[in-house]
Design a binder for this molecule. Structure first.
Ligand code: PXL
Length: 278
């Protein structure tokens, strides 16, 4: 069984980060070892008064214990990090835990729609490029890509030329593979792009665009992508599956008419994920 170290926060309510990554990766037949970066009562999008317990001081001892046990990981998967300091620490943890075949998958969670999430500041975005460089697969949305490149954020619709510029510039920093999310060329479709530096190939996958801000969909997308890649799908196949199943999760959620801050019902797509990857 392949093992994944999942380095994200855990938010008790609102379905994101570890409460999304663990079930998706487990359903796909992968062993998940969570390393929580922080414990929150809810995620930070759309809730006030959430609790926030920062676990920065625990991360290195956590990793050193795993290291002392000689645990080997097929992948290290990082997402929401609570501070600029945690970015440097997670880079150090990757050095400690990665073997020569460990896949480093980094979702540089920082913001969306051109803005940083509530608890982040410029110090955080200025540092994220240091971690992004370490990725084998980097999965930013278009906002995070702009912050990492220290370029101005551009709103969709995009041109092929701009998307190619963003993907190749990010990969020039280090990562062999880039998957950009939140890409649209028109008002009706939204999807993702995968770029492989080795082949120079860029592939697009779209679904119908659903208006609204759906919390946790970045985590659903990245977790499905990793689940598929570790089950030997190509990056292109994994990106296509992640676009389709993230879209289906939103469609399922919309049927319930619940507030979008409560996250998406990715649980409903787990049977299809299992059928596709196992
Ligand atoms: O889904 C990204 C995410 C993860 N974790 C926390 C968040 C967010 C986005 O708002 O607040 C705590």
């Amino acid at each position: 069984m392949k093992r994944v170290a999942a380095i994200h926060d855990i938010s008790g309510f609102g379905k994101c980060s570890l409460t999304v990554a663990i079930p998706i990766l487990s359903a796909a037949g992968l062993e998940v070892c969570p390393m929580p970066t922080a414990v929150l009562s809810t995620h930070t999008g759309g809730f006030d008064g959430f609790t926030y317990r920062d676990l920065t001081q625990d991360l290195i001892p956590f990793a050193e214990h795993w290291q002392s046990l000689g645990i080997e990981f097929a992948a290290i998967y990082t997402g929401f990090l609570g501070s600029a300091e945690q970015i440097n620490i997670v880079a150090e943890i990757i050095d400690k835990l990665a073997g020569k075949d460990t896949l480093i998958v980094i979702d540089p969670v920082m913001g969306d729609y051109g803005k940083l999430y509530k608890i982040f500041d410029k110090n955080m975005s200025d540092n994220m490029d240091k971690l992004a460089r370490r990725a084998d697969i980097l999965i930013p949305n278009m906002t995070e890509a702009a912050f990492i490149l220290k370029e101005e954020y551009k709103e969709a619709p995009y041109t092929d030329e701009y998307i190619r510029h963003v993907a190749t510039s990010l990969s020039d920093m280090g990562p062999a593979k880039i998957v950009l999310t939140g890409v649209g060329f028109d008002e009706e479709h939204l999807g993702a792009v995968c770029y492989d530096k080795e082949t120079g190939e860029i592939k697009y996958h779209f679904s119908e665009k659903i208006e609204g801000i759906f919390h946790g969909t970045g985590d659903v997308f990245a977790s499905i992508l990793l689940a598929a890649v570790l089950n030997n799908k190509t990056l292109d196949e994994a990106t296509k599956l992640a676009v389709e199943l993230t879209y289906e999760s939103i469609v399922e959620t919309q049927k319930t008419k619940k507030p979008t801050r409560e996250g998406v019902d990715f649980e409903k797509i787990l049977p299809r994920l299992i059928a596709e990857v196992l």
